[in-house]
Design a protein around this ligand. Structure first.
Ligand SMILES: C[S@@+](CC[C@H](N)C(=O)[O-])C[C@H]1O[C@@H](n2cnc3c(N)ncnc32)[C@H](O)[C@@H]1O
Length: 213
């Protein structure tokens, strides 16, 4: 679902930072070779992630849901010198393509790929993260959040993607629709959770910005 008219969406993109050519190439290859290319972070949201990361200047970033690596590269653009981005992906077939683009981006040495279920991997990471991007299975958002908040400190930022779920969060929910039900609970929980302050931004499919208190 487009929340804004295509005309306004184009206007917004045209008046924001341009997409780096490498990310245009990555998007093209994703559409040609990988299933569900609509999962990729696009130009506008990618530049939002990049700028947020530059404003935060994180030493350590955690991403849950790498896919082909688009958002990882955007977030890595804000890393401090010598900082690291850890990204977790359950589908091992994507590993090689991610690595190709991470190396081309210039952040290859700073991006560490983990293959497996994020819920198994997060507890094994002995790192305090300044910035976390949650972008994997919607039914597990609450579990990811609970796992990662233990790996943050006061002032850390947790971003959660697709929280408007194509607008389904304001429509009647079918009994079989577990993802929308989970996101409704997750969005309400973040608003009331006293460990974070939260705003839900209507960026693309909805991006929640939570600051750990
Ligand atoms: C929406 S895509 C991520 C898009 C990516 N962040 C980007 O912007 O290009 C979600 C990814 O999460 C992965 N995923 C799903 N469940 C997962 C899990 N339990 N642990 C790690 N990755 C998972 C999927 O295989 C998929 O590649």
């Amino acid at each position: 679902m487009h929340f804004l008219s295509p005309l306004l969406e184009n206007y917004i993109s045209d008046n924001s930072e341009a997409e780096p050519p490498l990310l245009t190439e990555l998007t093209r290859e994703t559409h040609l070779k990988v299933i569900q290319p609509r999962m990729i972070t696009g130009h506008f949201q990618g530049r939002v992630l990049s700028l947020l990361s530059k404003l935060i200047a994180p030493k350590n970033i955690l991403e849950i849901g790498t896919y082909t690596g688009y958002s990882a590269i955007c977030l890595a653009e804000g890393l401090q010198k010598g900082g690291e981005l850890h990204t977790i992906e359950i589908n091992e077939e994507l590993h090689q393509m991610q690595r190709k683009y991470f190396d081309k981006s210039g952040f290859g040495k700073q991006i560490i790929q983990h293959t497996g279920d994020a819920l198994d991997i997060i507890p094994s990471l002995d790192i305090c993260f300044d910035l976390v991007f949650i972008d994997a299975q919607k039914v597990n958002y609450d579990a990811y959040f609970e796992a990662v908040i233990q790996k943050t400190k006061s002032g850390s930022t947790i971003l959660s993607d697709n929280v408007l779920w194509s607008g389904k969060v304001v429509e009647p929910v079918a009994k079989s629709d577990k993802a929308t039900a989970a996101l409704l609970e997750y969005n309400a929980k973040l608003k009331n959770d006293e460990r974070v302050e939260t705003v839900l931004l209507p960026i693309r499919d909805g991006l929640t910005l939570s600051r750990v208190l």
